[in-house]
Design a protein around this ligand. Structure first.
Ligand SMILES: Nc1ncnc2c1ncn2[C@@H]1O[C@H](COP(=O)(O)OP(=O)(O)OP(=O)(O)O)[C@@H](O)[C@H]1O
Ligand SMILES: *[C@@H]1O[C@H](CO)[C@@H](O)[C@H](O)[C@H]1NC(C)=O
Ligand SMILES: *[C@@H]1O[C@H](CO)[C@@H](O)[C@H](O)[C@H]1NC(C)=O
Ligand SMILES: *[C@@H]1O[C@H](CO)[C@@H](O)[C@H](O)[C@H]1NC(C)=O
Ligand SMILES: *[C@@H]1O[C@H](CO)[C@@H](O)[C@H](O)[C@H]1NC(C)=O
Ligand SMILES: *[C@@H]1O[C@H](CO)[C@@H](O)[C@H](O)[C@H]1NC(C)=O
Ligand SMILES: *[C@@H]1O[C@H](CO)[C@@H](O)[C@H](O)[C@H]1NC(C)=O
Ligand SMILES: *[C@@H]1O[C@H](CO)[C@@H](O)[C@H](O)[C@H]1NC(C)=O
Ligand SMILES: [Mg+2]
Length: 654
């Protein structure tokens, strides 16, 4: 806190009337203060502070001799001061301040507001007051005939100014609004000429050549011999502070110019301070809240997008998808994106945000980690399988209790939609035959053409997907393994789909290429007949294999052909597919062909297919398809069996 004050008190002992003093800033004991006047730590005289309807006075503490005692004339005097009026509003303030010459230190009985701390309603205008004042009034008080709300006036014994002028200065003919900035005021009285001159200027300007007010008036009758000089100020209903930064006075001479004055508080500093005291806690609380919410959000997101990633998975990096990515791709696994629901979970359509590739994401929930490592290993290795009749597995993602498999999206969906009942679109025979051949070659690839034997375990129409060109593609290979992994055979439930399960698979729980062939056989019949492997017919259950078998048994296997095909099919091909279907779904595993042979039959010479024959066979392999055909079985009373061709014919493959 700097307090710059230079005091010159030159008291001429010989001539006391030549008093002169200069305050470039104040100390509280320099002046006699009353009311709410005070001196700030940095040396500003603050006549009033932000208090309403109050007043303050500050007087030079010693009496000043204004008159020659021998002839009673008021001496010339000169004073200059720098003041500032600060209000809570930019252009409004109340009430005003005045330089005053009064018979007493302080003005007892004076009122605040429009009385400026100078007079009260009883003594206003009374000649016994002996008060001379120069007012800077910022409120237009009509009772005192004020000219405006921003004027300077000379008051003698009362508030009805003898003369007044709008606050301003003539250097540039500008009016100077009392606007909170510091301004200089000069008051000069020439005792010889009996003239009072008042000038105003902004602090940056010098004293104007032409005074704002120039008024002839002999102060001799008004002032006493000994007077006090000082300032008075009052506030009204607007919070206003009146400051005096510096003051100099000289009797019989020119008052010294002021310099190096203390600084005013920054405009609006109080406001800023008030604002800050309110805003800071708010800001702080907001920041804390934002941080907290961000944290919570982060935690939620972190949990939402949490994944399980273990060391052993690191080598599968390329196949690993971020959960967030899949979440975005499927628009948050929206129901709208749901493609279907299967035995393992829901399948969602999505578009990878980075590459814009269309994908199908299968969400598989699993409760145990048991066998997960092997399973993922297998899935990932299966992901390396590439064949035009397999649905490409692009990768996976693992979360707590959940495995997500990412497949290429097959625009035409799964085959089952086109087969059963009255589908919106049916496939014609050539399309079906192409799909069959495709699936056969896909399965052959899994069984024999990849480094290791991959058993599909769940061959069926719903796992055959159709790509954009209506190629049949096998999907979901190896998935069924998730359920028959590890556990002991007693409790392991057999994965696969009812109606596609080979009898020995049900017995042993072991899936083999041969059980795949069985399911493929059922699939062939489905495609040719357009029927489900097991269909409820009233109270009865119709088993497709048995039914086709019975048709064949009755000598017309083509009766089983899908009615939806009409006459638009090649009989030999349909017959081949139906017979091959029966052969593949033979109860006896050894009777089933291998996929290589199946492909040969389908692709090559149709006559290659061994003749299926009815009746007791030499090998005695029974093919019992009794269920659902009681009448047939009982009535016939013979065992249906398939002739199984010599192994040499069928053997091939590996
Ligand atoms: N890659 C894919 N592209 C397009 N649609 C798909 C894809 N994979 C699955 N779907 C759709 O999602 C549905 C559900 O598939 P999902 O494999 O879960 O069930 P499913 O094949 O009927 O039974 P399972 O669980 O035994 O495989 C399918 O019927 C198919 O319409
Ligand atoms: C104004 O001054 C008075 C008296 O000195 C004091 O009590 C009051 O707190 C001050 N108000 C402000 C706003 O500074
Ligand atoms: C006061 O007036 C008398 C008579 O006019 C004069 O002699 C004297 O010098 C004056 N004193 C001062 C201090 O001017
Ligand atoms: C009083 O004295 C002053 C200075 O001494 C002089 O200028 C002035 O004219 C005198 N006044 C009267 C009324 O004599
Ligand atoms: C007005 O002021 C005078 C002194 O200046 C005082 O004697 C008087 O009592 C005051 N009147 C009222 C009504 O306050
Ligand atoms: C002026 O004040 C004096 C003393 O206070 C009083 O005697 C006188 O009546 C007042 N004059 C007027 C006009 O009020
Ligand atoms: C100020 O105004 C006066 C009268 O209106 C005029 O004579 C004078 O030239 C003006 N001065 C400036 C600097 O504009
Ligand atoms: C007062 O006016 C007279 C005449 O104009 C002049 O000589 C004198 O210097 C002035 N006095 C002061 C203190 O300015
Ligand atoms: Mg499936």
């Amino acid at each position: 806190m700097f307090s710059k004050l230079v005091i010159f008190i030159l008291v001429s002992l010989a001539a006391a009337e030549d008093l002169s003093f200069t305050y470039n800033g104040f100390r509280s004991d320099d002046l006699s203060l009353d009311g709410i006047a005070g001196v700030t730590p940095n040396g500003l005289l603050r006549l009033t502070n932000d208090t309403k309807q109050n007043q303050g006075h500050a007087f030079y503490p010693h009496p000043v001799t204004f008159k020659n005692s021998s002839n009673g004339t008021v001496f010339s005097f000169s004073t200059t001061f720098v003041c500032a009026i600060r209000s809570e509003y930019a252009v409004l303030s109340a009430h005003g301040m005045a330089f005053v010459v009064a018979p007493t230190r302080g003005l007892p009985g004076a009122l605040s507001s429009q009385y400026l701390g100078l007079f009260n309603e009883t003594n206003n205008g009374n000649a016994t007051n002996h008060v001379f004042a120069v007012e800077i009034d910022t409120v237009q008080s009509r009772e005192f005939h004020d000219m405006n709300d921003d004027h300077v006036g000379i008051d003698i014994n009362g508030l009805n100014s003898e003369i007044s002028a709008p606050a301003g200065y003539f250097a540039s003919n500008k009016t100077m609004l009392v606007n909170g900035q510091a301004m200089k005021v000069w008051v000069d009285y020439n005792g010889t000429e009996k003239q009072i001159k008042v000038s105003l200027a902004p602090i940056s300007e010098g004293k104007p050549n032409i005074p704002l007010i120039s008024y002839m008036r002999d102060l001799s009758p008004i002032l006493n011999e000994a007077m006090y000089v000082g300032f008075s100020s009052s506030t009204g209903s607007i919070l206003t502070s009146h400051y005096v930064l510096g003051w100099s006075f000289k009797m019989n001479g020119k008052a010294q110019e002021l310099s190096q004055l203390p600084k005013l508080p920054r405009i609006g500093a109080d406001k800023i301070y008030k604002l800050l005291t309110i805003a800071l806690p708010v800001i702080f609380v907001s920041i804390v809240l934002v941080l907290f919410l961000t944290g919570v959000n982060y935690a939620i997101r972190k949990k939402k997008f949490a994944e399980l990633l273990e060391d052993w998975e690191l080598e599968y990096g390329p196949q690993r998808f971020k959960y967030k990515e899949l979440y975005i791709a499927t628009k948050g696994f929206r129901e709208k994106e749901l493609l279907g629901k299967g035995g393992f979970g829901k399948v969602y359509r999505g578009i990878l945000p980075s590459s814009k590739i269309e994908i199908a994401v299968k969400r598989i929930s699993h409760d145990s980690r048991q066998g997960m490592k092997e399973f993922v290993a297998e899935i990932v290795s299966n992901g390396r399988l590439r064949h035009r009749n397999l649905v490409p597995l692009l990768g996976y993602c693992r979360r707590k209790g959940e495995l997500l498999l990412v497949y290429e999206y097959m625009p035409n969906g799964s085959l089952d939609k086109y087969l059963y009942g009255q589908p919106a679109i049916t496939l014609d025979w050539s399309q079906r035959f192409r799909v069959i051949k495709g699936v056969a070659s896909g399965l052959l690839y899994l069984h024999e053409e990849w480094d290791q034997v991959v058993v599909h375990r769940d061959v069926k129409a719903s796992n055959v997907l159709l790509d954009g060109e209506w190629n049949g593609r096998l999907g979901d290979f190896g998935l069924a393994r998730l359920y028959d992994h590890g556990g002991d055979p007693q409790t392991t439930h057999i994965a696969g789909t009812l109606g596609y399960l080979a009898p020995e698979h049900t017995r042993s729980g072991r899936a083999t290429t041969s059980t795949d062939v069985f399911a493929f056989g059922v699939f062939l019949l489905e495609v040719a007949c357009g029927r489900r492997p097991i269909e409820a017919q009233g109270s009865d259950v119709s088993i497709l294999v048995d039914w086709v078998f019975s048709c064949w048994n009755r000598g017309n296997i083509l009766v089983a052909t899908d009615r939806k095909l009409g006459k638009e099919f090649i009989a030999e091909e349909v017959e081949l597919v139906l017979k091959l279907g029966l052969l593949c779904s033979h109860t006896e595993p050894t009777a089933r062909p291998r996929m290589r042979q199946v492909v040969q039959y389908l692709e090559g010479d149709h006559t290659l297919l061994p003749e299926l024959s009815l009746g007791a066979s030499a090998t005695g392999l029974a093919f019992s398809h009794k269920e659902g055909f009681d009448d047939f079985a009982n009535g016939g009373g013979y065992t249906q069996s398939l002739y199984v061709p010599e192994p040499t014919l069928l053997s091939g493959g590996r």
